[in-house]
Design a protein around this ligand. Structure first.
Ligand SMILES: Nc1ncnc2c1ncn2[C@@H]1O[C@H](COP(=O)(O)OP(=O)(O)O)[C@@H](O)[C@H]1O
Ligand SMILES: [Mg+2]
Length: 231
């Protein structure tokens, strides 16, 4: 058992999200209450349109809820300014997106340095940390100066993970990261998440609608029509 196991990383209290489009209000999340502890590997499942990405965007400090409170490592982030929110996001959270979103005009190493650049880390130190992260995901040193289109899909996937973990984020969030992958690659990606979770005690929050993928997580919630229906 890990000493950190009961440390709360995320606490949502009565979170609601209403999207306003012209005169139409759409209630995408209703009274979401959720606690996530340090080192948990957490999956969020649910049908398309149920509110998974809306929830993930709030958890990832990409969007603010319209009601309720969000405590991230005990700080109330539900009312912070956009700049302050971006700050917290850059320091604490790593993202892995569907399709990986590597920047094509930057080399592999530059892609991985990017979150550190945003966090204001000097380039020399960023370079050292990026190299470490790439070694951790088994990307060879002689590939570092390649561009994303010069490495395989499996390697791109691992670079995306290196980018997500390079700033020692305490939380990794992935929204349908296996959406474009065949089952072999999807298992490979999930094994990397598992490794990071096991070895670094990083909290992982994963949105998926694939039960095989969710099976890698240790805890599960299901979202339906903006509610958590199973916990
Ligand atoms: N920016 C937005 N403006 C208006 N409605 C939105 C917006 N984003 C999502 N929605 C609506 O909110 C609901 C939940 O969307 P989303 O969280 O993307 O679902 P999921 O990720 O589970 O497929 C959907 O009905 C969607 O159409
Ligand atoms: Mg979605």
């Amino acid at each position: 058992m890990d000493g950190n196991i009961n440390k709360t990383v995320i606490r949502l209290e009565h979170i609601g999200m209403i999207y306003k489009t012209g005169t139409i209000n759409y209630e995408a999340l209703k009274d979401i209450n959720l606690t996530i502890y340090k080192g948990e590997f957490f999956s969020i499942m649910g049908a398309s349109g149920s509110g998974k990405s809306t929830l993930m965007n709030i958890l990832g400090c990409l969007d603010q809820p319209t009601s309720g409170k969000y405590f991230l490592e005990d700080e109330d982030v539900s009312t912070l300014s956009k700049d302050r929110l971006a700050d917290i996001r850059n320091k604490k959270i790593g993202f892995v997106f569907q399709g990986f979103n590597l920047i094509q005009r930057l080399s592999i190493i530059e892609n991985v340095e990017l979150p550190l650049f945003y966090a204001g880390v000097p380039h020399k130190e960023a370079n050292i940390e990026a190299k470490k992260a790439l070694r951790l995901v088994d990307i060879a040193e002689n590939k570092e100066n390649n561009f994303p289109n010069q490495i395989s899909g499996g390697e791109q996937q691992r670079v995306a993970i290196a980018r997500a973990i390079v700033h020692n984020a305490s939380i990794i969030m992935a929204d349908e990261p296996t959406g474009n992958l065949d089952s072999v690659r999807s298992n490979e990606l999930m094994s990397f998440f598992k490794k990071i979770n096991d070895e670094r005690n990083v909290t992982i929050i994963l949105v998926t609608h694939e039960p095989d993928v969710a099976a890698f997580a240790k805890k599960h919630i299901i979202v339906k029509d903006g509610h958590i229906v199973d916990n």
